[in-house]
Design a protein around this ligand. Structure first.
Ligand code: FE2
Ligand code: FE2
Length: 141
């Protein structure tokens, strides 16, 4: 399956957040590559790369939400709701993943690729523009 490529258009103009998004792109690609592996360790490799990806998504959401809250972002609740919806979806994926294996994985990969790009473009860039226009950015970390 084709790799997800980071484009400058995805930048929220906040380097710490861009770096976290770039890491998610990398981990989605790693998950994609794990699906192409073969042999006795395939299931283990796929399971581990999915675990790493879902863990990183959770950490990223926590850090982005800390940043938005700290900076009193007015759309915080709606933004967090978007994150929570994905976390619920990932939980369901992880459940199904245990029982359905390969047939389901490609579908899950496509969903995650699409979700990440759409969320960055529709929602994350929005707060990037908001903070840039207002020059409101405080510490991040
Ligand atoms: Fe977000
Ligand atoms: Fe984000």
């Amino acid at each position: 399956m084709s790799k997800l490529i980071w484009l400058h258009d995805y930048s929220v103009q906040i380097p710490a957040i861009d770096n976290e998004h770039k890491l998610l792109v990398e981990l989605i690609n790693e998950f994609s590559s794990s699906l192409d592996t073969h042999g006795a360790f395939q299931a283990k490799i796929v399971t581990e790369s999915l675990k790493k990806l879902s863990c990183c998504i959770k950490q990223h959401f926590e850090s982005e939400e800390r940043f938005l809250m700290f900076n009193n972002y007015p759309d915080f609740d709606a933004h967090k709701q978007e994150h929570d919806l994905l976390l619920d979806q990932i939980k369901r994926f992880e459940q199904r993943f245990k029982t359905e294996k390969k047939a389901f994985n490609e579908k899950m990969l496509l969903f995650l690729k699409d979700w990440l790009v759409r969320h960055i473009i529709l929602h994350d860039i929005k707060f990037g523009v908001y903070f840039r226009d207002k020059e409101l950015i405080n510490n991040f970390g």
